[in-house]
Design a protein around this ligand. Structure first.
Ligand code: APR
Length: 251
């Protein structure tokens, strides 16, 4: 851990009272979950998002998407929160810290974070495609990727049950969006962790804090589309930087 970088980060975060944390897939990378756009390893390097993460593909044939999301839910369920997730949960016990995540895993919650807003939904929420009746996840996940299998039928209207995630071409959930906007507007410190900042409208959120002159600390091993907004862009990983930050803060 580069001491100079750590001290630059600490200088930015010390004394913060209302912390807004904006996370992306990089937050869960050290838990073994793939990011979307990292070279070679990103999800979209082997899967076409138009075929597997769009409402039009679901309408054409839900079976391949259903199988893929159930397989991904099983991977996420078997993953463990990493030291970065745990450090944020620990910090939240001692400060007013809200997390807005683009991630659809539940690792922030399983690390103990309670004030978490999911902008893109969750792998563990399901509802009827048509009447939106919730469907309880039965925890039966395929151990291997399979080409496709039929989603369950809604017990109320018999239409297919769908994953509660936001697909390309769909709007973000209004309540969660407003909570994220409020978080960015009210914070006296913003952390951006593990996101390339390429997907809108989520990536526009830190602009709210930047426009208000709020200090922004970015934690990412590579430069991102949001690095330009950062007061300090720390070339580090979530599980490496966050525990060091929390220890350095003495919280
Ligand atoms: N710690 C911190 N950051 C990391 C780590 C790590 N260990 N490993 C990788 N990263 C960084 C990468 O450098 C990259 O900048 O995390 C970022 C991941 O970017 P993406 O793969 O684009 O993921 P994300 O920004 O969350 O994607 C946003 O795109 O496909 C949609 O809905 C999907 O929510 C997702 C959205």
């Amino acid at each position: 851990m580069d001491t100079e970088d750590l001290n630059s980060a600490l200088a930015l975060v010390r004394g913060a009272r209302r912390i807004e944390v904006f996370t992306g897939a990089g937050m869960s990378a050290e838990s073994g979950l793939e990011t979307y756009r990292d070279e070679r390893t990103g999800v979209w390097s082997t899967v076409d998002p138009r075929a597997m993460a769009s409402i039009s593909a679901w309408a054409r044939d839900p079976e391949p998407m259903w199988a893929w999301y159930r397989w991904r839910a099983g991977i996420a369920a078997r993953a463990e929160p990493n030291a970065g997730h745990r450090a944020l949960a620990h910090w939240a016990d001692r400060a007013d810290l809200h997390i807005t995540t683009q991630n659809i895993d539940d690792l922030h919650e399983r690390a103990g974070s309670v004030d978490v807003t999911h902008l893109h939904g969750s792998l563990f929420d399901y509802r009827c495609t048509i009447c939106s009746k919730p469907w309880r996840d039965d925890g039966n996940y395929p151990a291997e990727p399979v080409p496709g299998f039929a989603p369950p039928a809604c017990p109320l209207c018999e239409n297919p049950v769908r994953p509660g995630v936001v697909w390309f071409g769909e709007n973000l959930p209004q309540r969660e969006w407003e909570m994220a906007e409020d978080g960015m507007g009210e914070a006296d410190l913003v952390l951006i962790i593990g996101t390339s900042g390429v997907v809108q409208p989520a990536a526009s959120l830190p602009e709210i804090a930047h426009a208000a002159g709020t200090p922004i600390l970015e934690i990412s091993p590579a430069r991102t589309q949001l690095s330009r907004l950062a007061s300090f862009s720390w070339r580090a990983t979530a599980a490496g930087a966050l525990p060091a930050l929390v220890v350095g803060l003495g919280v």
